[in-house]
Write a protein that binds this ligand. Sequence first.
Ligand code: DGL
Length: 276
Amino acid sequence: MDKQYSPIGVFDSGYGGLTVLKELKKQLPKYDYIYLGDNARNPYGTRSFETVYQYTLEAIKKLFELGCNLIIVACNTASAKALRNIQQLDLPTIDPTKRVLGVIRPSVEKVVEISQSGRVGVLGTVGTVNSESYVMEFKHTLKTTISVVQEACPMWVPIVENNEIGTDGANYFVEKNLKGILQKDPELDTLILGCTHYPFLLESIKKYIPDHIQIVSQGAVVGEKLIDYLQRHPEMEMRCSKNQTTQYYTTESVITFEERAGFFLGEKLRASHVVL
Ligand code: DGL
């Protein structure tokens, strides 16, 4: 690697962020990427605010050490519970020229653009839902009057992690949670998959919701918004190296990661172990 090597970091608690990485590589193919999955401490969705903040900060520091100047926190739970603190309290002392972006803001901006009825559903982990981050982003940050209902789907991440996608058991939980959110608002016209793992369940999800409901899957949206961000921040764009390489790091077994991540991405890959 040359001295200018400065990949875009993509962080997730496990494999789910690969859905974001895949889209970034598709939409912004010229850049270098580092993917870091904290598989050893996954899931984050049921952990406390303090724990998710500590784990996420450790991962961010490691990605900085590995050369990243720009990091996408691809995990909704970490975006919901840790991102604001990291941006406001930690970055100014670590290095104010570096940037850490999340997935909630781009998803919410996209929904504001596409929802006709202004009635939206958010599916997420218990942590994301309880943090009310999506609700706050709609109401306080973007100051919209969009009505938001939420449903926590605690079984969906284990279904994906354990490769139970499409089984009768998995479909039972997918249907149950979709019925739950539609009962909360039968008029919603847009559904945010507010967890990186959920795009893997897209085919099952489509079976249980009416056709007119639009599904916002984050990978594509984050890619779109990152293109826009880099156009608006040429000083950061210039710092991102462009050799089309991707490195993978995991806090768990490298062999397991290579096998599972390779399956999710549909390609063979080599990973390295990292301690946070
Ligand atoms: N990646 C996390 C998210 O997007 C879900 C997995 C977990 O619970 O760690 O919320």
